[in-house]
Design a protein around this ligand. Structure first.
Ligand SMILES: Cc1cc2nc3c(=O)[nH]c(=O)nc-3n(C[C@H](O)[C@H](O)[C@H](O)COP(=O)(O)OP(=O)(O)OC[C@H]3O[C@@H](n4cnc5c(N)ncnc54)[C@H](O)[C@@H]3O)c2cc1C
Length: 391
């Protein structure tokens, strides 16, 4: 049997792997992390196109880890309202931070900034970072897991964490399959300016082709996520800036007036992908390695941070009772709870995407009243928001 020298070996130093390694180290565990790519260098002048709508519970976790004050000081744009409406069915749903008794609903934050600050915090917390190094092999026995990295390092740990993204090598090495569904859609992201201020509001218009979100960004700019069928997305990507501005202004019903592009456009393929289990033996699967969801609710990274927070809670509860945090029943309980939350979220976002893209008259007729009803019932509104915000 291999001797477990580390408590946890984490594959992947993205937001979720970085947060997980830091959380476990801060809880007093011996942790190592392997990541093939050097930490990004965030720069205020060239914002990262991949931005997240970070929910309050995710920000709370980063705060506990000591990273949030630095991220906020660098750049985190609060959003105080959300307005969601349907192009075909009418009806509008509004969430307002003030009405919910909060200063903000969440923050728009760049991926590179989060990853840079998380990675910078790891060595001081005692995490041994192996970079560039990719997990390429795994052996497991009852006592632990041995990971082999492609720089020749071997990591013996009680538990291995697969946070190595949607195409996770460690998940595959652990023999965990996925259920995947290609939406045949792409999410186009870009920074733009409108003629009118964004009002610290996250806007989303549902169109038959897919949702279009305008997220408020620093400097009065907006970050868009425009979901389109693959062929439409290819056409929109090929437009020159002037034609793109016209198409986007039109798709957004000129809610912020005429739109002006500020950055290149990048498109991401969209799909639902769920790992069939979030644990197999002593391998745990977190973040996009476990779940890829439609971006319409802006929940992808938030679900991953909830995986981390739930694992941290298990570790802390076990250690408070001087029990073994890595006991199989605890790992299995964490995996069951997280798998069911994540699967529910993935299917809910898919249902919303389907309902709001459907040309079927009954669906069109149902959408407006549905949004209107949710907008008119404060308790329902509050319950929806609390669920999305993780509070
Ligand atoms: C268009 C679009 C918009 C989105 N908008 C939002 C949003 O508004 N809000 C939100 O919450 N989410 C959003 N998401 C989702 C979000 O991008 C992901 O959920 C998030 O990046 C997942 O983080 P992660 O750390 O799990 O994985 P990743 O960011 O993919 O990180 C995985 C890491 O593992 C490393 N790695 C890969 N292979 C190995 C290996 N063999 N060994 C070791 N390391 C390895 C990689 O180099 C990488 O650094 C969006 C996604 C898309 C496509």
């Amino acid at each position: 049997m291999s001797r477990a020298r580390l408590d946890a070996a984490v594959a992947g130093g993205g937001v979720v792997g970085g947060a997980c390694a830091l959380a476990l180290a801060r809880a007093g565990l011996e942790v190592a992390l392997g990541e093939p790519r050097p930490a990004p260098r965030w720069s205020a002048e060239t914002p990262d196109l991949r931005v997240y709508a970070l929910a309050p519970d995710g920000a709370g976790l980063l705060d506990r880890l000591g990273v949030w004050p630095q991220v906020r000081a660098a750049r985190a744009q609060p959003y105080r309202r959300m307005r969601v409406w349907d192009a075909a069915g009418g009806g509008e749903l509004t969430f307002d931070a003030g009405a919910l008794g909060r200063g903000e609903l969440g923050w728009i934050v760049e991926n590179d900034l989060l990853v840079e600050r998380l990675r910078a915090a790891l060595p001081a917390a005692g995490v041994r970072v192996h970079c560039p190094a990719r997990v390429e092999a795994m052996e497991e026995d009852a006592a632990g897991v041995r990971l082999r990295l492609d720089d020749g390092t071997r990591l013996d740990a009680r538990v291995a964490v697969a946070a190595d993204g949607a195409a996770s090598d460690l998940r595959r090495l652990a023999g965990i399959g996925v259920d995947a569904h290609d939406y045949a859609q792409r999410g186009i992201v870009a920074f733009v300016d409108g003629e009118r201020p964004h009002e610290d509001t996250a806007w989303q218009r549902f169109l038959p082709s897919g949702p279009l979100a305008f997220l408020p960004f620093a400097g009065g700019h907006s970050s868009i996520v425009w979901t389109l069928p693959d062929d439409e997305a290819a056409r929109v990507l090929a437009l020159d800036d002037a034609a793109f501005a016209v198409a986007l202004t039109d798709a957004f019903a000129a809610r912020l007036g005429r739109v002006r592009p500020l950055s290149p456009r990048v498109a991401f393929p969209l799909r639902r992908q769920l790992a069939r289990q979030q644990a197999a033996g002593r391998v745990l699967v977190l973040g996009d390695a476990a779940h890829v969801v439609h971006p319409l609710a802006g929940q992808g990274v938030n679900l991953g941070l909830r995986d981390v927070a739930a694992l941290l809670a298990e570790v802390e509860a076990a250690r408070a009772r001087r029990a073994d945090w890595s006991a199989p029943h605890r790992l299995a309980r964490w995996a069951r709870t997280r798998r069911s939350d994540n699967a529910l979220a993935a299917h809910a976002f898919e249902g919303i995407n389907r309902l709001f893209s459907s040309p079927v008259p009954a669906a069109v007729l149902a959408r407006g009243p549905l949004l209107g009803l949710a907008g008119r019932l404060p308790p329902l509104q509050r319950a929806l928001w609390r669920h999305a915000a993780g509070v």
